[in-house]
Ligand binder design. Structure first.
Ligand SMILES: [Zn+2]
Length: 272
């Protein structure tokens, strides 16, 4: 759908690879539908499960995709090693979850750009167009390589075709308050520190994850439409937070919303 110079996607596909205890896919779809009424929204299963089953490719292609995903695993965060051969046990691990369709335990760090490359191969040609916005919501942890300090950093989201958003990334990506690291370096007990600082960063099983993730759906949408998912304004849900406190401020404070400029842009696209 053309809206001025921008093309709003006719279809938004949400892939649900999270645990219901973390976020609720239906709630996310309702949220996004309200923001972009003209787009048709649908909730699909975990990305790999959905596409391997839909293409009827499960038996034939699943082992090859399991191998590619195992290859995307980051072995050492300070080494960029893209062509290692995964161990048979690692491939079996991926295959098992791909076939069972169950939620994979989080804990492994994957290279996000490799995952996007693997995933994009699976999308059928009729859905490879700017009319279709694919957003993968997952409990899996992924990161990107940083040339400056030459190491991988866990990320909340990486935008592409498809875009990836991680619930584990909400917890592991942005840095905790400085007091946390200072306390740890002074040998203070982790549990005590967590109790004292719990309002200021997200943890696993945190009830706030459900709200925190919504702004990242908007970032994926803005990326899809304009190529730019972020905003400089700390009050805006498109703010690219590097600190937990900034994330909580942008996404969870009462009345969390887009800034005026981005709200206006969204209204302009969706009213035409
Ligand atoms: Zn903004």
């Amino acid at each position: 759908m053309a809206a001025g110079e921008f093309l709003v996607p006719s279809f938004v596909h949400l892939y649900d690879g999270t645990a219901p205890s973390e976020v609720n896919a239906r709630e996310l779809a309702v949220f996004l539908q309200k923001e972009v009424p003209p787009s048709a929204m649908d909730i699909r299963a975990d990305f790999l499960r959905y596409w391997l089953t839909r293409a009827g490719e499960e038996e034939r292609s699943a082992p090859a995709f399991a191998r590619s995903v195992a290859r995307a695993k980051v072995r050492q965060t300070d080494r960029r090693e893209l062509d290692h051969d995964p161990l048979p046990g690692e491939v079996d691990f991926e295959l098992r979850f791909m076939k069972a369709g169950g939620k994979k335990p989080a804990g492994i760090l994957y290279d996000a750009h490799q995952l996007i490359a693997i995933y994009s191969e699976l999308i059928l040609p009729q859905e490879v167009s700017s009319e279709h916005c694919h957003i993968v919501v997952t409990n899996q942890l992924f990161g990107t390589w940083d040339e400056n300090d030459r190491r991988y950093h866990a990320r909340v989201s990486v935008y592409g075709f498809p875009s990836l958003i991680s619930t584990a990334g909400l917890i592991e990506g942005p840095a905790k308050p400085r007091e946390f690291y200072l306390g740890r370096s002074m040998g203070l007990d982790r549990a005590n520190l967590e109790e004292a600082l719990k309002e200021r960063y997200l943890v696993y099983g945190d009830a706030r994850l459900r709200e925190a993730i919504k702004g990242y759906l908007l970032q994926a949408l803005f990326y899809h439409v304009t190529g730019n998912p972020f905003c400089e304004n700390k009050e805006c849900r498109l703010f690219n937070a590097h600190w937990q406190e900034d994330l909580i401020h942008a996404q969870i404070k009462t009345g969390a919303d887009l800034c005026e400029r981005h709200r206006h842009m969204l209204e302009k696209w969706t009213c035409e």
